[in-house]
Write a protein that binds this ligand. Structure first.
Ligand code: CIR
Length: 256
């Protein structure tokens, strides 16, 4: 099982209210509430045993609190991504220097490749990479080559119309995979102990396993019960303001 010591998060910017969204009907995030939810998120990661580094807000990038998308941190190396969303590409400035404080071995995705970390799901030494509107085949191929150079494996996953791979499925360790209905028939995922997420709870397909706990978004009772029934300890967090701009639990941190 992967165990983590560190997390990196970025404080939400006030411009968060203008983050990219496919759910405008949910309204704009309330910045003050988003800040409180972010503080609770940091507290939850600390409770899971992580030392959490909080980077300063970046006002010029509304989606910059979703740090998961600008890097992939593995046990052997770290990757600086190249986000597929134009408005997010500048978020990678300084990320290489930041990761160099923790890693000797770094890689970066080069144009025309794009990858966002939300499309990367780590299952032990195997990595699944969603070929989404943000992650292209060239970016995935560069990442897979970098993985293979270090003894890992990677494979691309064709995507339904879902933002990121981990919007729709998340690995809980111990062979357990949470799966939204959009991914239910995927042969790639047939060998997992699958926990199917009910369509009305699809937001809960993005949960976060961190050491001894699974962090679950509050308000999804079926998902919570299924994860507990799998024998896992849970922490619930209110994610209402991030949900409004398509952000889930995993998006808000890098864990390694
Ligand atoms: C975006 O559309 O890029 C942000 N509003 C949400 C990013 C969510 N990130 C993630 O799932 N890793």
């Amino acid at each position: 099982m992967n165990t983590f010591k560190h997390a990196i998060v970025r404080k939400p910017a006030k411009s968060l209210v203008d983050g990219i969204t496919t759910h405008p009907e949910l309204g704009k995030p309330d910045y003050e509430l988003a800040l409180r939810q972010h503080e609770a998120y940091v507290g939850a990661l600390e409770r899971c045993g992580l030392s959490v580094r909080v980077l300063p807000a970046q006002e010029e990038f509304p989606d910059s609190c979703f740090v998961e998308d600008v890097a992939v941190c593995t046990g052997r190396f770290a990757l600086v991504t190249r986000p597929g969303a134009d408005t997010r590409r500048g978020e990678i400035a300084g990320v290489r220097e930041l990761l160099a404080e923790y890693y000797d071995d770094l890689e970066e995705i080069r144009a025309p490749g794009t990858i966002e970390g939300g499309d990367v799901m780590m299952v032990g030494e195997a990595f699944y990479i969603g070929l989404s509107s943000r992650t292209n085949a060239d970016g995935a191929a560069q990442f897979i080559a970098a993985l293979e150079r270090r003894g890992y494996s990677g494979r691309g996953v064709k995507m339904p119309p879902t933002l990121h791979l981990k919007t729709g499925c998340s690995y809980m360790e111990e062979g357990v995979l949470l799966v939204d209905r959009a991914f239910a028939a995927y042969p790639e995922f047939a060998s997992f102990k699958r926990v199917d997420i009910a369509p009305e709870e699809s937001y809960a397909a993005n949960c976060l396993r961190v050491n001894d706990y699974v962090i679950v978004p509050a308000g999804y009772p079926k998902a919570l019960a299924a994860i507990r029934a799998a024998g896992m300890r849970t922490i619930e967090l209110d994610m209402s303001e991030y949900r409004k701009i398509d952000g889930g639990l995993s998006c808000l941190s890098l864990r390694f």
